[in-house]
Design a binder for this molecule. Structure first.
Ligand code: ADP
Ligand code: ADP
Length: 229
């Protein structure tokens, strides 16, 4: 997935805010990338544009060969539901639904059949196999976030995008979530992109991209000359 000369402005006239300013970046497929930067530097907008949640003011967003700007709203929604998994800081689980019902909610809403064997495998992978019938308020924060990750993985997406996924978690639960992202990338070859304020969280990633004032301000490790060309 990549951004090509993407700018995003909110509002217009004197009150306009440039959240992203001519950003080009390719998320290396099959790797774990962290996005860091001060508050207001454009990190969430960066993630929202890649996820098709926000349409850029100018520039193009590609998911594989698909240019998201060329899609109608219905096609974009389908791409968002099936090819991208999104994980939020606050888990966003439905409190009246069990773990299993939360993980399968979107596919049930779109009337797709749920593959029970795959569901069991996903719940096992995130360590929630034994808690499938519990409700969110019976789970710790770390467990709720792992349910949210299972939900994101259900459609076998190309990429999982996570916005401050450990922002509400204690050190131990954060570690579980970060190890899980590492495992997803290392074992399935899926791509994980995570926005974080936490340098310890970023240290689990293969590379870190820095944003400042809506612009790409640096990258670690530094790209090699052939990657820049
Ligand atoms: P970060 O995630 O790094 O904190 P954001 O992408 O949320 O940065 O925001 C970048 C800039 O865009 C900020 O100045 C923010 O106030 C502004 N912004 C973000 N979303 C909106 C919005 N929906 N309406 C108006 N301004 C916004
Ligand atoms: P994790 O390893 O995910 O951080 P904890 O060790 O914090 O989990 O929690 C262990 C057990 O305690 C869990 O099985 C969970 O059911 C319960 N638990 C932890 N925190 C809470 C909470 N805030 N509300 C309800 N149950 C909790």
């Amino acid at each position: 997935m990549r951004l090509e000369s993407v700018s995003k402005a909110y509002g217009d006239g004197a009150g306009a805010v440039t959240a992203l300013d001519d950003v080009s970046f390719e998320v290396p497929p099959g790797t774990f990338t962290a996005v860091m930067g001060p508050s207001g530097s454009g990190k969430s907008t960066f993630l929202h544009c890649l996820a098709g949640l926000d349409r850029p003011t100018s520039g193009r967003v590609y998911l594989g060969e698909t240019e998201l700007g060329g899609l109608k709203e219905s096609a974009l929604t389908a791409v968002r539901r099936t090819r991208i998994g999104y994980v939020f800081q606050a888990y966003n689980l439905m409190s009246a639904l069990t773990v299993k019902q939360n993980v399968t909610l979107v596919s049930r809403l779109s009337n797709s059949a749920v593959d029970e064997a795959w569901l069991a495998e996903i719940l096992g992978r995130v360590g929630m196999g034994e808690h499938a019938d519990r409700y969110p308020n019976q789970l710790s924060g770390g467990q709720q976030q792992r349910v949210a990750i299972a939900r994101a993985l259900l459609t076998r997406p190309d990429a999982v995008l996570a916005d401050e996924p450990t922002g509400a978690l204690d050190t131990r639960s954060s570690q579980e979530v970060l190890r899980l992202f590492r495992q997803i990338v290392d074992e399935t070859g899926q791509t994980v992109l995570m926005v974080t304020h936490d340098p310890v969280a970023a240290s689990y990633a293969d590379s870190v991209v820095f944003l400042a004032d809506g612009r790409l301000a640096g990258q670690l490790p530094r790209p090699t000359p052939d990657q820049v060309a």
